[in-house]
Design a protein around this ligand. Structure first.
Ligand code: TXA
Ligand code: MG
Length: 341
């Protein structure tokens, strides 16, 4: 397939128009959002959304998130918006938060991976909103990566991975947040987070005034997850990632011992540092950022670059504290396939 690539910075209006034309013709458009890039198609048309699964190599039971740009679109696709949902919508939408509702019949089962529920997100990214508006339909859009690979947050990776697989790619710079949206299930009595993200449980608890629960799979990976996507191998670069536990001194000791060993065995390895490491010419040190916000933003791009740079092993000190720590470590644990040092 021939893919057209447009930079939204050159001509935003043209980018929006072309995107809407492709969507209306049943095609696939990659577009920026505030979390990660999305791979979008008309959510209300089964044959359009089935193309997403094909392009990504995504299992057909892994449901797509439906993106909207106004609340009328929401009313058209869900059976009920209860008080709890209204409060969350008032307080936290538009933004990096996806809500699971019971779906109306008109939402194709292809879009929802066969489920009678639908995941809905109202992105805050203005270009994403304009594309949905102009398309005049909700857009089904998973993260724009080949299934199992890290989500894409930068232009270079988009082109490398998706050129030839979609009709149109709209470039919009680095994704501002860098982690996918929080997913919360409101279809049961207890509001439950199925995937942690930029919006944290305490923010949701504050707006609805009730306790928020977590899918047990998030604490115990051998429990089956409620979100089908969480069961698949995820976010993995080819480079092996190790999460290094303990206090800073223990983390340093473990990392330098491993790096020494790798050097002896001629294995190309590096530190993915999240705080300062004494500079050394002997070992590669890739800094992920000074704050958790920066680390979140750089995480997926860095994972992707590890393969391009030929690293075979990377050591990431576990982050225990601060905003986003749990969401960053959720993604990192999956990338590391739960390998700890
Ligand atoms: O930030 C984001 O959410 C990005 C951008 C593009 O909006 N999208 C994204 O989509 O991360 P995706 O498909 O990579 O992840 C969607 C997650 C998957 O784990 C999927 O299984 C889950 O949401 N999901 C979707 N619909 C669901 C449903 N009805 N019930 C439970 N989980 C659902
Ligand atoms: Mg994804």
């Amino acid at each position: 397939m021939k893919t057209e690539i447009i930079n939204s910075k050159d001509d935003e209006e043209l980018a929006v128009k072309k995107a809407a034309d492709v969507i209306k013709n049943g095609g696939l458009v990659v577009f920026p959002t505030e979390t990660v890039y999305g791979l979008g198609a008309n959510a209300m048309d089964s044959s359009s959304s089935s193309k997403i699964y094909e392009a990504k190599g995504r299992p057909s039971d892994n449901p797509l998130i439906v993106h909207i740009s106004n609340l009328e679109m929401l009313e058209n696709i869900v059976t009920e918006i209860d008080e709890r949902a209204k409060k969350i919508i008032d307080g936290l939408w538009p933004g990096p938060l996806t809500i699971i509702f019971d779906k109306k019949y008109i939402v194709p089962l292809t879009t929802t991976g066969g489920l009678n529920t639908v995941a809905v997100r109202f992105p805050s990214h203005s270009l994403a909103q304009k594309i949905i508006d102009k398309s005049a339909v909700p857009l089904a859009a998973p993260s724009a990566n080949i299934s199992g690979k890290p989500s894409i947050t930068d232009e270079k990776s988009l082109i490398e991975e998706l050129d030839g697989k979609v009709d149109l790619i709209i470039l919009g710079g680095d994704s501002p947040i860098g982690l996918e949206s929080t997913v919360i299930d409101l279809t049961e009595k207890k509001a439950k987070i199925l995937r942690p993200g930029f919006i944290e449980a305490n923010q949701i608890a504050e707006v609805i005034g009730e306790e928020i629960f977590f899918d047990s799979n998030l604490k115990n990976p051998s429990d089956p997850p409620k979100s089908p996507g969480m069961k698949y191998k995820h976010y993995s670069p080819n480079c092996e990632i190790f999460l290094v536990t303990g206090d800073k001194k223990q983390q340093r000791n473990k990392i330098f011992k491993s790096l020494e060993q790798d050097k002896k065995e001629k294995i190309k390895s590096c530190i993915l540092s999240t705080y300062s490491f004494e500079s050394t010419e002997d070992f590669a040190n890739i800094n992920l950022g000074k704050t958790n916000e920066e680390i979140a933003k750089n995480l997926f791009k860095t994972f992707r670059n590890l393969d391009g740079d030929g690293f075979k092993k990377a050591y990431l000190p576990y982050i225990y504290e601060g905003k986003l720590a749990a969401s960053i470590m959720d993604r990192a644990k999956k990338a590391a396939e739960y390998k700890f040092l």
